[in-house]
Design a protein around this ligand. Structure first.
Ligand SMILES: C[S@@+](CC[C@H](N)C(=O)[O-])C[C@H]1O[C@@H](n2cnc3c(N)ncnc32)[C@H](O)[C@@H]1O
Length: 205
């Protein structure tokens, strides 16, 4: 709840010292109305110098972004921001990125194509994460612990099952029902790869 309107949250001593950051003053104004005890700052995460000044060069125990870095339309810049945010962590601090995965969207589209559904694409203002690139990149002082596909079932059901059923007419259950055929034709060991939103968990080493 606390994070709804803001893109980056940095924590010190866990919830005692909590700062919400967004490039948009409008988003911060809305968040301020709702959450009185949080310190809010306007800062652009691409502008490293100003960002550092705005947070007074402090280091944090935990930095959390939610659908923020995916708004940066260059993979090179995204990776640089991950490194930069890592530099703002204390040792053993955590960087938790809740962002969209291009890898999962590609897998969703492979299945959608198989069942005659249109390809889905990110909004024009987003560049989703390439999981393989995130895994392969060496971030200074930052280790990727895990990529959590925590919304796999949601994306599988909404983007595949429901999309398919909505696309067809529903009649009495029969073993040749569309969704039975669909279930039969899909690989049976599915799911985790369809989480279009994932949590990328890093630790400062
Ligand atoms: C899709 S919204 C997500 C808002 C909220 N975190 C959520 O998940 O509901 C993206 C947010 O990222 C912010 N944002 C985009 N680029 C940014 C940047 N360079 N620095 C800081 N915030 C940025 C936008 O202003 C916006 O509030």
């Amino acid at each position: 709840m606390v994070i709804y309107f803001i893109s980056i949250i940095v924590f010190n001593h866990l919830s005692k010292d909590l700062t919400g950051i967004d490039v948009s003053q409008g988003m911060i104004n809305q968040a301020k109305k709702k959450y009185k005890k949080i310190n809010f700052l306007v800062a652009d995460v691409i502008d490293e110098k100003n960002f550092s000044l705005t947070i007074k060069n402090k280091k944090f125990d935990l930095i959390f972004t939610k659908r923020c870095i995916q708004n940066i339309l260059s993979q090179k810049k995204q990776l640089r921001i991950i490194k930069f945010l890592g530099s703002k962590l204390k040792k053993n601090g955590k960087l938790i990125l809740c962002e969209s995965s291009a890898t999962a969207q590609k897998d969703i589209n492979i299945l959608r194509k198989k069942i005659g559904l249109k390809k889905i694409t990110p909004p024009w203002h987003n560049l989703f994460f390439d999981d393989e690139k995130i895994k392969k990149t060496k971030f200074k002082n930052l280790k990727l612990l895990e990529i959590h596909p925590f919304m796999a079932t949601f994306f599988f059901v909404t983007r595949i099952i429901n999309a398919y059923i909505k696309n067809k007419e529903g009649k009495k259950t029969h073993y040749l029902d569309n969704h039975n055929i669909l279930a039969k034709n899909l690989p049976q060991n599915l799911l985790s790869k369809f989480s279009q939103t994932k949590v990328y968990e890093f630790i400062k080493i």
